[in-house]
Write a protein that binds this ligand. Structure first.
Ligand code: FAD
Ligand code: A2P
Length: 369
């Protein structure tokens, strides 16, 4: 016979067992349910560990130092230090052509002095600034600003941290038998050292580089779309810049560059030097549209080069450390999409599913115009 207290104690002693069995059943069924959910979803891709892009905080107006302290992503990226109502008047330091003899059109490298800006107009690689061209439009109103991708690193071309550089193509087109010159691009290509220019910004967080030194960076550029890429590559491979930024890039950087003629290739000497200095880290693939032909006998575009390298490229994309940057002509987007679709198919992947995942993971960066 058991006493009443023994029965109560025995009953109590069983409680953990009952809870344990109950929680096991609960876990078992919820795991089944979540597996079922995953199984019924389409197999998206082999993209792993998709991380959510964090919301950037308002930026401070001090220069963001390179730091090893772990911070919220993009928290210290400056934006809109100068707005159109109160632009900064920067002084032109230099303005020179980037083209070789026989090139088509006009593309210039232009540098502005920022040292007198107060608050200081600082920026990071991958951002843009606004330029307000002098003069008024056909309605007598001041011209609106135009955006230009920054082509220098935050340390500037002279590494002193107080200049910003742009890579500008003069817009020209024919209308009713007349040559029309773009307002701002012509203004910029014509300005002289010592001239004052109204600058706004910086703006943009789409084209920022990842912090990780072992990231892989695939760059797809047409024409002046090389501007942000030039800043990335300087950050990665330019000796004095590296000393300043303490960012010891260890990944692979692969630039696909589209230009109409060899004489139109931009920053070519620097890129050749990086190839010699960093053969393990830098790859450079050109598509010279009016000198080379694609397999169909048409103009060679970067999307044709993407297809030629489909396997190697997608091996890289499957690595979660790889980011892809697309910059330049808006018109190239459908062509790139088509090429990526074909290239993905060759690897048994579905680009229309993969691309949004890359975007969500903050690994697909597009700035076209
Ligand atoms: P506008 O005088 O403004 O003329 C442009 C207008 O002309 C068009 O809106 C269109 O209406 C018309 N037009 C253009 N082409 C034709 C045509 N073929 N036929 C008929 N009409 C036509 N540019 C660079 O050079 N380098 C850069 O790094 C750069 N970065 C940019 C970054 C961003 C984020 C953006 C949004 C744009 C960037 N641009 C860059 C483009 C730049 O902002 C200007 O749009 C460009 O310089 C033309 O400006 P514009 O004032 O000279 O031309
Ligand atoms: P093309 O003009 O021969 O057709 P730039 O800005 O110096 O003109 O260079 C832009 C480069 O991009 C040129 O080689 C141009 O070729 C090329 N391009 C033009 N349209 C496309 C497109 N839809 N897709 C990819 N590249 C393009």
């Amino acid at each position: 016979m058991y006493s009443q207290s023994t029965v109560i104690a025995g009953g109590l002693a069983h409680i953990p067992v009952v809870i344990g069995v109950f929680s096991f059943i609960q876990k078992y069924f919820s795991k089944r349910a979540s597996n079922f959910q995953q199984d019924t979803e389409p197999k998206k891709s082999q993209v792993k560990n998709i991380e959510k892009k964090s919301d950037p905080k308002p930026a401070p107006t001090t220069i963001p130092a390179d730091t090893t302290v772990v911070k919220k992503k993009h928290a210290d990226v400056p934006v809109n230090i100068y707005r159109p109502k109160t632009p900064y008047e920067g002084t032109v330091i230099e303005n020179y052509s980037l083209l070789k003899e026989g090139a088509i059109g006009r593309v210039n490298h232009i540098t502005f002095d920022l040292k007198d800006s107060d608050p200081f107009l600082n920026y990071v690689e991958g951002q843009s600034i606004g330029i307000m061209p002098a003069g008024v439009d056909s309605n007598g109103k001041p011209h609106k600003l135009r955006l230009y991708s920054i082509a220098s690193t935050r340390h500037g071309d002279d590494f002193n941290g107080n200049t910003v550089s742009l890579c500008v193509r003069q817009l020209q087109y024919e209308k009713d038998g007349e040559t029309i010159n773009g307002v701002c691009s012509t203004y910029l290509c014509d300005i002289k050292p010592g001239d004052k220019v109204k600058i706004t910004g910086p703006v943009g967080k789409e084209m920022l580089l990842p912090d990780e030194e072992d990231a892989n960076i695939v760059m797809l550029a047409t024409g002046t779309g090389i501007a942000p890429m030039r800043a990335y590559l300087r950050r990665m491979f330019e000796a004095t810049e590296k000393e300043k930024n303490k960012w010891n890039f260890k990944g692979k950087a692969w630039l696909f560059m589209g230009a109409p003629k060899s004489a139109n290739l931009l920053y070519e000497e620097d890129l050749q030097r990086y190839l010699i200095d960093y053969p393990e880290n830098f790859k450079y693939t050109k598509a010279i549209s009016r000198e080379e032909q694609n397999s169909k006998g048409g103009r060679m575009y970067i999307q044709d080069r993407v297809l030629e390298s489909a396997n190697e490229l997608f091996n890289m994309i499957e690595d979660e450390k790889t980011h892809i940057y697309l910059c330049g002509l808006k018109g190239m987007e459908p062509g790139i999409d088509e090429a990526m679709t074909k290239a993905a198919e060759e690897k048994g992947l579905n680009w229309s599913e993969l691309r949004p995942q890359l975007k969500k993971a903050g690994r697909w960066h597009v700035e076209t115009y």
